[in-house]
Design a protein. Structure first.
Length: 277
């Protein structure tokens, strides 16, 4: 799913500032709030620490992070009201979760998009692939569909019209008679040893220390990319809270753009003002 794909996490919990009822309190103290942002993994923790410094100074709002180790918990926590926001998922994942969970959470701000890539230790260009070559693709439905769409964009296969998230059965044309092997997404890098190519999520490519610029083909960013944009998510009934909007506004800044560029290069592309054609 995202980077570190799907890079497919963020959560916020607001608590009122406790104050004594006897002594008078200042307006600033009364307005102070704490927002806890839940993330999956720690790769974005530094970014959220930087956002916290800005929100404290600008809005008297403290932003904390809570780290999750899997993708199953953050939406549940937001939905039941125990946590405020999450930012671990792309739009496609969110929509599917909502379909199975009564549409309880809602995207309130875009963050970034992480293109997936086709790698090869044998070839330098996508045009170098030959008849009968083998390519590994992720075996989960979301990433496999995204990988096959990438291979179509690269000109290696054609998919049946009208299929948004294809499977191997939806390949209509395969002129090179390429052989596809479905592997766990995190096994993509290791499959390069035995395969002619592999479509690999950016987070797993980075963990394997693959250089992004060594990819033979990069997923294009276009109007079809909307579903792969990562988002900040809130409980649907709380989506308009002022504190949440302040967090989103702080995230969607020039400072965040610069941080993403300095830290991840082209791996994470800011998407809140991106134009998809």
């Amino acid at each position: 799913m995202t980077h570190k794909g799907l890079k497919i996490g963020t959560i916020l919990a607001v608590s009122a500032f406790a104050a004594g009822t006897i002594a008078p309190i200042t307006a600033n103290a009364a307005a102070k709030k704490t927002v806890t942002v839940g993330i999956v993994g720690t790769s974005d923790k530094e970014l959220w620490d930087n956002i916290n410094k800005t929100t404290q100074k600008k809005y008297n709002l403290t932003v904390k992070t809570k780290v999750f180790t899997d993708y199953n918990q953050p939406n549940k926590a937001v939905a039941d009201g125990s946590l405020d926001l999450n930012a671990f998922q792309h739009v496609y994942f969110l929509n599917n979760w909502n379909k199975s969970n009564n549409n309880k959470v809602k995207a309130i701000g875009k963050t970034f998009i992480t293109p997936i890539r086709l790698y090869s230790e044998k070839y330098k260009d996508v045009k170098d692939f030959k008849k009968g070559d083998s390519i590994a693709v992720p075996n989960d439905s979301t990433n496999e569909g995204r990988a096959l769409t990438l291979l179509q964009s690269a000109g290696l296969i054609k998919i049946k019209k009208g299929v948004d998230l294809p499977t191997l059965k939806d390949i209509q044309s395969n002129k090179l008679n390429l052989k596809f092997k479905e592997v766990a997404a995190d096994q993509g890098p290791s499959s390069l040893k035995s395969m002619d190519g592999a479509v690999i999520n950016t987070n797993y490519a980075q963990e394997a220390k693959l250089k992004l610029n060594s990819a033979v083909y990069v997923e294009p960013i276009n109007k079809k990319s909307k579903q792969w944009i990562n988002v900040i998510v809130a409980r649907k009934s709380d989506a308009n809270k002022k504190a949440y909007k302040q967090v989103v506004k702080t995230y969607q800044s020039k400072q965040t753009k610069q941080y993403l560029k300095d830290t991840w290069g082209k791996a994470e592309i800011p998407s809140w003002d991106i134009k998809l054609k």
